[in-house]
Design a protein around this ligand. Structure first.
Ligand code: ZN
Length: 147
């Protein structure tokens, strides 16, 4: 049970043990959990979609049922995606937060977002990117390498 806003995704309070604890036992989807501001503050849809692809996790997977190895990949993927976005767009830490849009040049680095029907870029994967819209937010994922 979380009160108020969760930690900033690039801050010191957002660490792997925290993420594990926060997702533990959760039956909601991993995507919905990451978009919940009480769990982690200001993580936009695009960044969640991109991070889940890098971590090999299907957006629909139950948050509490992500295996340890993938959870660790997810943690690093969230940070990597945000750092790349900031670097590409020259945006400040506060910019990326609320906006559910691509910042600056980061849109050219999308691996799944907006790429439905295209081939998956993950190493050794021959999957095709799928898209589904739920509650006004689009999910893009590779059904082959995201489990
Ligand atoms: Zn794939």
């Amino acid at each position: 049970y979380f009160k108020g806003m969760g930690p900033e995704p690039l801050g010191n309070e957002f660490h792997l043990p925290y993420l594990k604890r926060a997702l533990s036992g959760k039956k909601t989807s991993i995507k919905a959990a990451l978009l919940d501001q009480r769990l982690v503050a200001g993580l936009g849809n695009i960044y969640v979609v991109e991070a889940l692809h890098r971590a090999g996790i299907a957006p629909t997977r139950a948050a509490g049922r992500v295996c340890e190895a993938r959870l660790e990949r997810l943690y690093h993927a969230i940070r990597a995606v945000l750092e790349e976005a900031i670097e590409a767009g020259g945006s400040t830490l506060s910019d990326y937060a609320a906006v559910d849009g691509a910042q600056g040049g980061f849109q050219h680095r999308f691996r799944v977002y907006g790429r439905e029907g295209a081939g998956c870029v993950a190493a050794g994967c021959s999957g095709v990117i799928a898209r589904k819209t739920h509650g006004g937010r689009s999910s893009f994922w590779c059904p082959r390498c995201q489990r």
